[in-house]
Ligand binder design. Sequence first.
Ligand SMILES: [Zn+2]
Length: 442
Amino acid sequence: MAESLGVGPRMTAPSPLEQMDAGLRRQLADGAAALRPWLVDLRRHFHRHPELGWREVETTRRIVAELTDLGYETISGRDLLGDTARLGMSSAAIPGEGDTGCLAIFDTGRPGPTVCLRVDIDALPIREANENHKPAAEGWASEAEGVMHACGHDGHIALGLGTARLVRPLLESGRGKLKLLFQPAEEGGRGARAVVDAGWMEDVDLFLAVHLGLGVPSGTVALDVNEFLATRKYAVALEGRPAHAGKEPEAGRNALLAACQMVPALHALAQSSIAGVRVNVGRLEAGTALNIVPQFARFEFEIRAGTNEALEDLDLRCRRLVEATAQAHEVRSVMELRGSAEAWRNPGEMVTWAEGINRATSVYEHTLQDHPFGASEDATVLANAVTADGGRAAIFVLGADLADGHHTPHFDFDEDALAPGVHLLGALIASALAITSGEARK
Ligand SMILES: [Zn+2]
């Protein structure tokens, strides 16, 4: 397997220029430019119909339809994740929930590496702005009440489908296998774990993922990216005993008080010199009425750290704190893992390879060096799984000017960023699968 791997442990990387003939470079450039209007339409379609993580049913249906039309084999629905455990599902029974996302495969039939490009497809529980906002002004704002593509994953779907379309005719000359993963439930760090557990990364030699925007402007790309923060997200449920607050409070076990003591104590555990160590309790609810010792409390919190070791250490101390405080108050505590991501930095040889391809194809004028991601992304779970198995992986940030910050009601990105993204991704895949132009083959 993987005998002609463009980059990887089994072969030294060829020079991108040497591998990418002028005909192929022209095909990629013209092809990507021609896709621009289609990419924008596609992005707007998904923007109008956002779906939350694990519920991307219609989104998946459209993705499968596009990929089938292009001649890819697709795996979706129950076939994708089977009975693998899914983090952070809702407790309500929603038809199709958890059976979303799609993996498209094209096998050239010739020996070579397995290359996987992953994009994410879920939206956020945010009410989209209807004033001073381009999607609203132009009539393609979210039609799903309280749900919005406010992180650019609508653009990521368009990038994935656009790349599928750009490289499809070129694959006739390639070697190895292409996998395009449209991953569900990235928000909150949920979907990637299930994809790994279902075994879809096991044969991957080269893994690529991308995110649009994140402060990187249009025309610029961050290939040398580091400081992806490891994170875990938890829901904590506390159960005490109710009692009359005036007559016999000592008979009660106060779940609200226990939770209130845990919140600042958890935050206090973030005192660290290690980059990225953070704690945030983002939600808390407790009690029923002012004259009752509160029986129940629930809160949700996340921890982050710049290294997996620092996260492990913080995680252990948070668990101890919750248990010990619950014990002191004699309340029952259950701590449920809702999501996770891992620490990551792009390996030097992957950065060098991608920079070479970007130079050879002249897609992005500017490349950022030593760029800190400064947040979490569950593509890291996929990337670490691939590298642990001897493969190579990288996660890039594709520049796109933003109307407002990610995860806000006025979020929007520059749609002119889509075609260059497809161009670069197509070129990276062409390089990795040793694709040559029709001209070179004649
Ligand atoms: Zn995102």
